[in-house]
Design a protein around this ligand. Sequence first.
Ligand code: BTN
Length: 329
Amino acid sequence: MNPTRDAILARLGSSNVPVSGDLLARDFGLSRTGVWKHIQSLRKQGIDIASLPGRGYLLRSDVLSAALLHSRLKNRRIGSTILVLDEADSTNREVMQRAESGAEEGLVVIAQKQNAGRGRLGRSWFTSAENSLAMSVLLRPAMSPEHVPQLSLVTAVAIQRALSGFAPQVRIKWPNDLLAGGAKLAGILTEMRAEPGRVHAVVLGIGINISKPAGGWPKTITQGVTDLTSAAGRDISRSDVAVSVIEALDDCYEEYLAHGFERIRQWWWEAHAASGQSVRAHGENGYVEGIAEALDEDGALLLRVDGEIRRFVAGDIELIDNGNMGSSS
Ligand code: BTN
């Protein structure tokens, strides 16, 4: 996009009242006609901008634009570079490729649409334009690979906090799903490049269901699924969600780098839907039932089973005798 046009869009997007043509002309060193031409070009791209007589221009589309996100996210480690792509196969793959070419920590890539979105445990992840937020973040922490699972938990806490600002009932489900009303609202896929003792790159992939697709959810999704618009009971802007998630992730990551995992672990446990409850844990060898007792240093779930503590490092859980929490992701 043309940089001036991008900046005008960012200016309109950061205001919830109309911005006058005079003000835009002054701020961007243009004539009123010059401003109008940029507005027309934006409209031709399908962006809905109202002209309100005597008041100015008002952005009515929920536009995801890198310039707009940048203008709302200042002095943050995460979001130091933001790219918004119309289409990607997977934003995780996109970020990992850029990491291999030397991209710096904090890079955020958002795709309007993913053609081959990836989920945990080899599953696929559905992302449609307008209804979803698909975002990946590059971290380069100076830590050993064994601790990387903690970063997924940092991310889960951040997303729970961010989405709770839109819908109050958002909870985490081990290991790092986000639920609303027991149905899946968002998921996290963490991938890394490392060698023994040293992490080169961690990619945090975040997928959030913003609204229900017009044609409904694909039939291939068999689990309980929900979206932020339904959970909140009002329209939700993807830009607002992206800004909240990036801010919360930046805060939680700073907390983690400065003070370690302990506070994050407490926050995670408080936000976890099954803390202290009876759960069924599904792993590679079937399932086990027990009480969710704690989350350990490595992000493993500790279950009390027949009076003994058992440790679960991978898999999924479901709450027993409670319709309030879904099963696998
Ligand atoms: C899960 O299975 O719950 C994790 C889903 C993660 C999906 C996100 S969408 C953005 C990023 N790109 C991907 O291909 N996957 C993650």
